[in-house]
Design a binder for this molecule. Structure first.
Ligand code: SF4
Length: 366
């Protein structure tokens, strides 16, 4: 991997159109942009020197101002359940996390879109940090390209640090790179964007892409939701669901609802009934999530297995697919709501591992 120097601009994270501007500005033929895209996104090289079918003169010219711009994770931590949390430096002394969740038939990478988050959800470690800036498309796509076994990733979910729809421009670029023929050429079905419901940006995302959408609802009662999620005041969840009801989520793409369950707060049958009422259709899938305690948030406790099962059974009984999601990576603080841009040091946790590549092959047919 090349040494990153701030004076060089990264090429990874640029769309084909942006690469065409780079080559035009340097007086190179237009097809060189396609060659660069192919080397970075298909062949996945990490230096301009390795772009063998680009002339030596053009590589030298490119190298005067640009680099591929990939940065390996600075640290990794493995959970007992096989989940791995990677830490990436993103400038300004800040770090973000990407979490690899291996399962029998897929390898899902949960990626970050911002340094911190300004949505300030009460139950979330990232929200507690405040917002320190947006990630660039380079920093987003770098998480996918730079984790070990990158080519074995089958799915990407924007469920890491930050609200993706508060950084729409860069997130759209990253999605374009992952789905375009000149990029990874992935089906959009391999990508899920999760949001608390930033309505105008959500409309754009739904209309401009075909990725799956996940909405963090967590409570269908407006006042109760607003007590934990300030976004409710600006974009009430009922309005967000009404908007989504105008689009087709029964074919080709999926709409799911994320619902963290808290004992005696949002786990009554009344809550299940009201959730059912705001769902735009019975095609929506509901994922029930156990709450993972974070420091300083003492008033919330996860629901009991019995209450979660009751909630699930109510929705299933009304024709809605609802499942209780298995928690992953809780022992390394990689589970939902626990990401804080840090890896415990080795004295605290012996699971910290050096980052190294293996030769595991991809399974792209999932
Ligand atoms: S739950 Fe998501 S939107 Fe809310 S503060 Fe955390 S990262 Fe931000």
């Amino acid at each position: 991997m090349e040494t990153i120097n701030k004076q060089y601009k990264p090429l990874a994270g640029l769309t084909l159109q942006e690469l065409q501007k780079v080559t035009a500005d340097l007086g190179m033929p237009r097809f060189v942009a396609s060659q660069i895209a192919n080397w970075i996104y298909v062949k996945r090289v990490d230096s301009i020197a390795r772009m063998a079918n680009i002339s030596k003169a053009n590589r030298a010219l490119l190298s005067e101002k640009y680099c591929v711009g990939l940065t390996a994770p600075s640290n990794a931590q493995m959970s007992e359940d096989g989940t791995v949390k990677y830490l990436f430096s993103v400038g300004d002394d800040k770090e973000v996390e990407a979490v690899l969740i291996p399962e029998d038939d897929r390898n899902t990478l949960c990626i970050s879109s911002q340094k911190g988050c300004r949505m300030n959800c009460y139950f979330c470690m990232t929200g507690r940090q405040g917002w320190h800036g947006n990630l660039t498309a380079n920093q987003i796509i770098n998480q996918v390209l730079s984790v070990p076994d990158s080519e074995a990733i089958t799915n990407v979910v924007f469920m890491g640090m930050g609200e993706p729809l508060d950084n729409l421009t860069e997130v759209l670029k990253a999605i374009e790179i992952m789905t375009a023929e000149w990029g990874f050429a992935w089906s959009p079905k391999r990508i899920t964007v999760s949001t608390v419901g930033v309505k105008p940006a959500l409309k754009t995302l739904v209309e401009q892409t075909s990725v799956h959408i996940a909405v963090s609802v967590h409570n269908a009662i407006a006042e109760e939701r607003q007590s934990l999620m300030p976004i409710q005041k600006l974009y009430p969840i009922k309005d967000v669901m009404e908007l989504l009801g105008k689009y087709d989520f029964a074919h080709q793409r999926r709409l799911s609802v994320e619902y963290i369950m808290w004992q005696w707060f949002n786990d009554d049958v009344k809550h299940a009934e009201l959730l059912r009422e705001i769902l735009p259709s019975t095609d929506v899938r509901v994922n029930l999530i156990r709450y993972h305690m974070i420091p300083d948030v003492q008033k919330l406790r996860t629901s009991s297995d019995e209450r979660m099962a009751m909630f699930r059974d109510y929705l299933n009984g009304h024709g809605i697919t609802c499942t209780i999601r298995r928690s992953r990576g809780e022992d390394i603080a990689a589970a939902c709501g626990m990401l804080a841009g840090k890896v415990k040091n080795e004295e605290e946790n012996e699971k910290t591992t050096p980052v190294k590549k293996s030769n595991k092959k991809s399974n792209k047919n999932q």
